[in-house]
Write a protein that binds this ligand. Structure first.
Ligand code: SAM
Ligand code: TMP
Ligand code: ZN
Length: 405
């Protein structure tokens, strides 16, 4: 029996995605024998409804010097975080000598704007390679995991934070008890803790099962986050849906009673109830849709191969590890994956061992079909690769269903 990482309740498994590698570990050909695997399965707590992985991968295996995800690689995400940072400067950082803390600042995609605004700030970032890039951009970084002890140390040395922000990181952290005690220690009495992560409602609605991988330990909903917040003395005071990364929610937590919740909290809770988001039947239905997508996608790729068509992948995303390894997609079906990240190029994709090539390889010789693993960046990528379509190329998408466009 699996115990809920938040409340100790029983976690009921509803989807098993099989043996999976680390989603962001791109081995060199010589290193494939040393790959780490775990069982990727997901369940829902019967008590607090938190959806979570059944097995936890040790954090040091995922986040280290060679962590290859650089947030600034997407122009849409750069704009999103610039806007977010300027929004905080306007609304939350007007007092004398404000202090802004970010958990998982990566290459400084958001904090660079805070730094340029002359605001005292600190980013927590355990992956030293990406942290170094943030420093080069004028960002102050502590190369540590955020948890109770490191948060207390910052509180003692630098005083309370007016804003603690995090994007695409809180859902990566199994030990949310320690994290929330850390937020409690560091946040000023009237401060706000804001985080944005992939939303269970979007994942279920779009069958975006590739949002499930080692780093995404939790799939948050408004209800599960509200319950968790209350457990640790906080209150969920605002929620906002975001279009980025295939659908996220931005959650704002304050100390209980410190701020008036906005109507959007009750509205989204009602919507989740109507959708039956926490109901086992809905999650079982999601699991059935996942099997259908696997069969459709593997079937399409096999028939293209039989017809002599060329197919390459676009975007060596962490998400694509789940898709390729769950659907049995290897270099026989997708000859290579192109990606703009130097740290991933000339390596192999995790588990499936599809070669990763620079983006330039794509335009050098267009394939008949491109399987868009980075579907969350579809607008940006399809605009950039307009010539592929003009040359007769077609995109394959698999969210919310398998289709050729
Ligand atoms: N915030 C960026 C964004 O939204 O693009 C980066 C997201 S990236 C998927 C997650 C980042 O969180 C990684 O850079 C990782 O090293 C960092 N991270 C993981 N666990 C952490 C922890 N406990 N405290 C601080 N950062 C952490
Ligand atoms: P993400 O979906 O986790 O943000 O990962 C996107 C991946 O796709 C990342 O490895 C960078 C890559 N990418 C490109 O190769 N070209 C692009 O234009 C964009 C936006 C991303
Ligand atoms: Zn629970």
């Amino acid at each position: 029996m699996t115990e809920c990482r938040i409340c100790g309740g029983v976690v009921e498994e509803f989807l098993d995605l099989g043996r999976q590698p680390l989603s962001d570990a791109f081995p060199r050909p010589a290193d494939v024998d040393a790959e780490f695997f775990y069982r990727l399965a997901v369940g829902r707590c019967v008590a607090c409804t938190m959806v979570q992985l059944i097995e936890e991968v040790p954090r040091e295996r995922m986040f280290h010097h060679d962590y290859p995800y650089y947030s600034s690689g997407s122009s849409v995400m750069r704009e999103h975080f610039t806007r977010t940072a300027l929004g905080f400067v306007e609304t939350e950082l007007g007092a004398a000598d404000p202090f802004f803390v970010e958990i998982g600042c990566n290459d400084g995609v958001l904090l660079r704007t805070i730094a340029e605004s002359g605001i005292r700030h600190l980013g927590f970032e355990p992956s030293t390679g990406v942290a170094e890039v943030a420093r080069e951009r004028g960002v102050r970084v502590r190369t540590d995991f955020f948890e109770e002890s490191t948060a207390v140390a910052v509180r003692e040395a630098e005083g309370p934070a007016d804003v603690i922000f995090s994007a695409n990181t809180i859902c990566h952290i199994p030990y949310l008890d320690s994290l929330l005690r850390g937020v409690d220690a560091l946040l000023s009495p009237g401060g706000v803790f804001v985080f944005e992560d992939p939303y269970l409602g979007d994942i279920v609605e779009k069958t975006s099962f590739d949002q499930i991988y080692d780093e995404h330990f939790y799939l948050f909903s408004v209800r599960s986050v509200q319950t968790m917040a209350e457990r640790f003395g906080f209150e969920l005071v605002d929620v906002e849906r975001l279009p980025v990364h295939g659908g996220e929610v931005r959650y704002s937590l304050a100390r209980a009673g410190a701020r008036q919740p906005t109507p959007s909290v009750a509205q989204m809770l009602a919507q989740e109830n109507a959708q039956g988001l926490a109901e086992p039947e809905v999650l079982q239905g999601f699991a059935s849709s996942v099997s259908r997508i696997r069969d459709d996608l593997a079937g399409l790729l096999r028939s293209l191969r039989e017809n002599g068509k060329t197919v390459v992948g676009y975007g060596a995303t962490a998400k694509s590890a789940t898709v390729t390894n769950f659907c049995g997609i290897g270099p026989d079906l997708v000859s290579y994956v192109c990606d703009s990240t130097p740290a991933k190029q000339h390596r192999l994709s995790p588990g499936a061992h599809i070669p990763v090539r620079p983006s330039e390889a794509f335009a050098a010789s267009y394939p008949d079909y491109a399987l868009l693993f980075a579907w969350n960046h579809a607008g940006e990528i399809m605009a950039k690769e307009e010539q592929f379509r003009e040359a007769g190329g077609q995109w394959i998408l698999y969210v919310p269903e398998v289709r050729v466009v």
